[in-house]
Design a protein around this ligand. Structure first.
Ligand code: NAD
Length: 524
């Protein structure tokens, strides 16, 4: 399948546009190098399109456009900026189906997930931050009066009245860099607060999933958003991404991606004193106590382990289960997975998850499964060919062959037990459909095991005891703790990682805070 196979209306690239172009200052440009990178459909291992291999000059061009657009955009009343964002949200909703089809083709996620999560949430991101900025106008012009302490010429403190107020304003050009697992959703989660607060931006989606970002450029134009406010430059992390991170005219960087990349970005940006928001990896624990609602815990654990191919930074990929129910839990989790997790064509409405995003990621996930097998852990592929008749072969390390999609990067839902806490499969982020399950004996031990990892992004706790939930949740070192639920998001809440899972906080006022500079002005 190629872009031209799908019946499309604007905003999708037309048939000639199998080469995506950079979007700079409201126009579309080839990269200066004229080099392109292949973008592959993970279901079929065939070319979808080519994306620009942009370099420092393209980023510089985009930054100049963003800089030129900044004074006018940042001076607009927030209400006017919000109205543009509402238009963009409406256009995204109108084009949900087309965007979802391309997100599925590009990323491998199911069409159902793309429609109902990725694309609809992308529209909602714009609407949410548009409403936020309208409703919080006063914060941007707040003033207050209080006494100020000063030391008099006699050395004694004197009290003096002054009017102090906080002037919040946009910072300038932001660099926004996003990963491949929730392509448009995570990119718009950055663009929306950035432009709502009056900044302009240079964005770079992942080189593995650039198509919907390019489609968004069409809608940006249709919504009438002034040229240069949102610029999108495509390419690789080491070149395009690094050029954004180190550009002298980009004072703030918002990045979502892996912890290793986050380290590289932090060390490149720190000497330039840039403002950084880093949303990084996770290896999220789920604690299952014997007094929980086991049916709900199992049904949700199937989703928190395998939804979106396990390619969600918030997956509960390390489950710790209280010993009296350990065997039952593992047996029931495997059984529920076999019955419900149908792996295959992501466009089929019955499919639970599709292929992994890329050949390279597929190899990485399979290598972890091999490692677990070689280490002698108990590795089970939870596929029942009676339920999933289109699975024609299950490879030795969980590689699945799907009828009609023989070249796709499919991996079986995999449950690993019998592995020690310090093993690599328990400690490292696999980011695929692989869950490890270990027993625990006491509440203290459960907390210790949950915290015994470099990451601290999210956790889940399952228990029927409300006091225990609060007690345990408060001791887990992670930015979000879900109790008797998973992935329930309130966008006003702080979202961010502890420890190696990141620096900074996103969500509602936290995002707006990051994207604005706060100046104290004191009138004596
Ligand atoms: P990645 O770090 O490889 O890439 C993320 C983005 O950074 C891509 O656009 C990439 O091109 C770019 N990049 C790579 N090297 C760069 C460099 N040196 N300078 C600037 N940019 C660079 O991550 P990925 O593989 O695309 O995504 C998976 C990771 O993202 C997982 O670790 C996952 O947990 C994490 N993630 C975190 C969150 C969160 O909210 N904390 C959300 C989603 C994904």
């Amino acid at each position: 399948a190629t872009l031209s196979n799908i019946s499309i209306e604007l905003p999708v690239p037309n048939h000639d546009e199998v080469q995506i172009k950079n979007f700079i200052g409201g126009n579309w440009y080839d990269p200066i190098s004229n080099n392109y990178i292949d973008n592959i459909n993970p279901s079929t291992d065939t070319l979808i399109c080519k994306i620009p291999d942009s370099g420092p000059q393209d980023v510089d061009f985009a930054t100049s456009a963003a800089k030129a657009a900044f004074p006018a955009w940042s001076s607009l009343p927030p209400k006017t900026r919000a109205s543009y964002m509402h238009k963009l949200a409406d256009l995204l909703d109108k084009n949900n189906e087309t965007f979802a089809q391309f997100e599925t083709m590009d990323q491998g996620k199911t069409l159902n997930f793309a429609r109902n999560v990725d694309i609809s949430r992308s529209a909602y991101n714009f609407r949410y931050f548009a409403d936020y900025i309208e409703a919080n106008l006063s914060e941007f012009a707040a003033s207050s009066s209080y006494p100020t302490a000063m030391i008099g010429s006699d050395g004694n403190p004197i009290m003096s009245e002054a009017l102090s107020y906080t002037k919040r304003s946009a910072v300038g050009v932001a660099g926004l860099i996003s990963p491949w697992n929730l392509p448009l959703y995570l990119l718009t989660w950055k663009i929306a607060p950035c432009v709502a607060a009056g900044n302009t931006c240079v964005c770079k989606p992942s080189e593995f999933t650039s198509v919907t970002a390019m489609m968004l450029t069409r809608l940006i134009k249709q919504a009438g958003i002034p040229d240069g406010v949102i610029n999108i430059v495509f390419g690789l992390g080491q070149s395009t991404g690094n050029s954004i991170v180190t550009h002298k005219d980009i004072p703030l960087i918002s990045f979502t991606g892996g912890t290793v990349t986050g380290k590289a970005i932090a060390s490149a940006a720190a000497p330039m004193f840039k403002h950084l928001s880093l949303e990084l990896g996770g290896k999220n624990p789920g604690l299952v106590f014997a007094d929980c609602d086991l049916d709900l815990a199992i049904a949700t654990s199937v989703k928190s382990s395998f939804q979106n191919q396990g390619e969600i930074c918030l997956t509960a990929s390390r489950l710790y289960v209280e010993r009296p129910i350990f065997d039952t839990f593992v047996a029931r989790l495997k059984e529920a997975t076999r019955k419900t997790v149908i792996v295959g064509d992501p466009t089929n409405p019955n499919t639970f998850y599709g292929p992994l995003v890329s050949k390279q990621h597929y190899n990485k996930v399979v290598s972890y499964i091999k490692l677990a097998q070689e280490s002698g852990y108990d590795v089970e592929f939870c596929v029942d060919q009676a339920v999933s008749p289109h699975v024609s072969e299950i490879g030795e390390s969980g590689q699945l062959v799907i009828k009609g999609l023989e070249k796709g990067y499919f991996v079986a839902p995999t449950v690993i037990t019998g592995c020690p806490q310090d093993s690599r499969v328990v400690q490292e982020e696999i980011f695929g459909p692989v869950v490890v399950v270990l027993p625990f004996d006491t509440e203290e031990q459960a907390i210790e095991l949950a915290n015994g990892n470099q990451y601290g992004l999210a956790a889940t706790v399952w228990s029927g005891d409300q006091r225990r939930l609060r007690r345990v949740a408060g001791q887990i070192l992670s930015g979000t703790v879900w109790c008797n639920c998973w992935m329930v998001r309130n966008l006003d809440m702080p979202f961010g990682g502890f420890k190696a899972s990141g620096v900074g906080t996103e969500g509602g006022k936290y995002s707006i805070d990051f994207f604005s500079k706060k100046q104290a002005i004191v009138l004596g």
